[in-house]
Design a protein around this ligand. Structure first.
Ligand code: GDP
Length: 317
């Protein structure tokens, strides 16, 4: 039986990836810091067969223990401070967890002499492109991060490439563009909107507080994207891949469609209050990915359209 260790297992992608791996017959172990994690109970009830191991990406010895105990053939590093907004408030913690976390995991693998036994997946991010240097972005596009989160992800990405080249380790990075769904945290704009419009339709909320409606993102469905993570680790050779839909929409587009789905007409802006607390010190205006490498090499492509994604999220809420 194949064994996988997943960090960040109780996050959005952890839920989707666990479902996928269990469906493929894997034994799944997850690293978690139980004291600071609000979704442990929900996760444990949904996936009682998953072994949860206490540990933290900032605690090297706990990582060695977790890898030793679980002896995985695949390690998926999904753990991170993953919210751009929070990274401006806690930049040092973001650097430590999001940036140095994967370095500690890779060093733990080497310390255990398991370089040849474990295939490693790093959750890289489209936020690394930040102030984009070309449109659309591909694996060769120069990085220009615009937040402490983006900067930490660039470090993590480059250290993964370095360990792959230095120690011949099977390390692959998925440069995932924004991916959403029913498990998305409520701090992210898509979930904030899908919940918000439902609350307005039910008369529980007057207006949604947002920072800006202008930024454009390449939004896909998280359930489609975890498939790409798994595919990367099934290849003979490790590599980096952009995972995206190739289409972009603005926050306003997302809002307008969500309002339409719940039957609210009129100007989308009339349902919004602009709140400067949600404006970031530096913004990423547009992200849109070119996933042709993933399509050609992995045979991966997105299955869920933007319209289906918004529908799915609003219906769930
Ligand atoms: P990100 O792309 O990883 O930062 O994902 P988010 O869902 O947090 O934000 C997507 C875009 O929506 C960014 O450009 C945000 O600045 C923008 N946005 C506008 N208003 C809000 C808001 O109230 N909350 C969040 N999270 N994002 C907002």
């Amino acid at each position: 039986m194949k064994k996988a260790l997943v960090t960040g297992i109780t996050g959005q992608d952890g839920f989707h990836l666990t479902e996928l791996l269990l469906g493929k017959g894997y034994k799944v172990c997850g690293l978690l810091n139980g004291q600071r994690n609000s979704r442990v109970i929900e996760f444990a009830e949904k996936f009682p067969q998953v072994e949860l191991i206490q540990g933290d990406l900032t605690d090297f010895s706990s990582l060695i223990r977790a890898i030793d105990v679980s002896s995985p053939s695949e390690l998926y590093n999904l753990g991170a401070i993953s919210f751009v907004g929070l990274s401006f408030q806690q930049p040092e913690l973001t650097a430590d967890v999001t940036g140095l976390g994967p370095l500690r995991l890779l060093e733990a693998i080497r310390t255990l002499g398991a370089e040849k036994d474990i295939r490693f997946y790093q959750a890289s991010s489209s936020e690394m492109f930040g102030k984009v240097q070309e449109i659309p972005q591909n694996e060769k596009t120069r990085f220009y991060p615009r937040s402490p989160y983006g900067v930490a992800k660039v470090y993590a990405h480059q250290i993964c490439v370095n360990y792959r080249e230095s120690y011949d380790m099977h390390v692959s990075c998925g440069i995932l563009f924004n991916h959403e769904g029913e498990n998305r945290g409520e701090e992210f704009v898509t979930r904030k909107i899908s919940k918000g419009v439902v609350d307005i339709a039910k008369g529980r909320l007057d207006k949604i507080k947002l920072g800006t409606l202008e930024p454009k993102r390449d939004w896909g469905y998280a359930g489609d994207y975890v498939e790409a993570m798994w595919l990367m680790l099934q290849q003979n050779d490790p590599d980096d891949y952009v995972i995206a839909t190739g289409k972009h929409h603005s926050v306003r587009d997302f809002l307008a469609l969500a309002l339409k789905i719940v039957g609210l007409d009129g100007d989308p802006e009339s349902y919004v209050t602009i709140d400067k607390n949600f404006i970031r010190p530096a913004e990423v205006d547009l992200l849109v990915g070119d996933f042709s490498k993933a399509k050609n090499v992995l045979g991966w492509e997105p299955k869920t359209s933007f319209e289906e994604l918004v529908q799915k999220m609003v219906e769930f809420d």
